[in-house]
Design a binder for this molecule. Structure first.
Ligand SMILES: Nc1ncnc2c1ncn2[C@@H]1O[C@H](COP(=O)(O)OP(=O)(O)OP(=O)(O)O)[C@@H](O)[C@H]1O
Ligand SMILES: [Mg+2]
Length: 333
């Protein structure tokens, strides 16, 4: 990838995350039954950039997010934050990761402890950071709530008393109460209706500018990517198949999977008002090929070369594609 390493907030290189397949018992045939949720993914996020990660359900988006906050360990590969390579076995490295990377999880209900008040939820992040004096807690919590557009009166409320949009704002306040370099937003608005979604997205754009944040924005919704992202990566079953400037991927996608993903959008907008994500899932679920190009089972442009596995390679300046159509078209039959 053609990037200036000095300006990168995060660099991920050849990341693999495997999980033991369901039903597998340890001991017997050890190592034989693992699923690769993330399979050799490399990308970087530059300072000030919003990198949109798109892909259908189960493609590994949240797994990458969880690695970046130290909740999952890579099976192999490298993660660098501000140039520092993270050794996931070292507590201080994972702490460094959490100091610099904030996350808003996909599920606004499950990610907030129902027994705690908003004040407690945000204060927990201050305590964990060990970087703020106790006497500063109250003012830091209030500042953070105000920044994300929550009223002071929400301080003593519990999550059940808040709307979906307010819950996501509490998650944001928690993620940003200690300043972060990278903010990961894992489908932050997918459970919200359109109007609330737009309000939260506007808050995010404002925060990004105010706090000089870099953002990893994970979503199914291409319209949200269009609004939020400067660069986009398209993930298919744990593999990045295309990365480029957002306008290039959105206006002129190169990988056949990206083309399909984008060609579904007008139908979605026309037929779905609230839950366009569910429709995206329904329209684009496919099974991956176990060998060669991962997309070849369903690719309308498959040809003989696709029995091999294409690398993600730069085919135009800043535009990387994992497809032989662009790598060596001379060999096509
Ligand atoms: N803790 C886990 N244990 C076992 N398998 C897991 C675990 N977490 C994720 N997986 C598997 O890894 C794959 C990728 O899951 P992931 O949650 O990263 O997908 P996603 O792209 O975020 O999907 P969605 O859009 O539905 O949120 C899936 O097959 C999932 O079942
Ligand atoms: Mg997810």
């Amino acid at each position: 990838m053609n990037v200036d390493a000095s300006s990168n907030i995060v660099e991920i290189e050849d990341l693999v995350v495997r999980f033991r397949a369901r039903g597998h018992k340890s001991g017997f045939f050890r190592g034989a039954s693992w699923n690769r949720a993330v399979n050799g993914v490399s990308f970087s996020i530059k300072k000030g950039e919003t990198f949109g990660l798109v892909g259908e359900t189960g493609s590994g988006k949240s797994t990458i997010a969880r690695v970046l906050v130290g909740l999952y360990k890579p099976s192999s590969g490298r993660v660098r934050i501000l140039g520092r390579e993270i050794n996931y076995r070292k507590k201080e490295d994972v702490f460094y990761l959490r100091q610099n990377v904030g996350i808003v999880f996909q599920d606004p209900v499950g990610s907030l402890n129902p027994r705690l008040t908003v004040r407690d939820i945000v204060t927990e992040a201050l305590v964990a950071s060990k970087s703020v004096k106790k006497r500063m807690y109250d003012s830091a919590v209030l500042d953070s709530l105000e920044r994300v557009g929550l009223r002071r009166s929400s301080l003593e409320m519990h999550p059940r008393e808040l709307s979906g949009g307010e819950k996501q704002r509490v998650s944001l306040a928690r993620a940003l109460v200690v300043p972060k370099k990278l903010l990961i937003l894992d489908e932050p608005t997918s459970s919200l209706d359109m109007t609330i979604q737009a309000q939260v997205l506007n808050t995010l754009r404002k925060l990004k500018a105010e706090l000089d944040l870099s953002i990893l924005f994970i979503t199914h919704d291409i319209n949200v990517v269009r609004y939020m992202s400067s660069r986009v990566g398209v993930l298919f079953y744990g593999k990045l198949v295309e990365t480029a400037a957002a306008r290039e991927v959105l206006m002129a996608p190169k990988h056949p999977y990206s083309e399909e993903l984008l060609s579904n959008i007008p139908q979605l907008v026309a037929t779905q008002s609230l839950d366009s994500n569910a429709a995206t899932r329904a329209l684009v679920e496919h099974s991956p090929a176990s060998e060669g190009c991962i997309y070849r089972n369903v690719c309308p442009k498959v040809f003989d070369k696709c029995v091999d596995e294409p690398e993600l390679a730069e085919v135009e300046r800043g535009h990387d594609v994992a497809c032989f159509l662009y790598h060596d078209s001379m060999q096509r039959t």
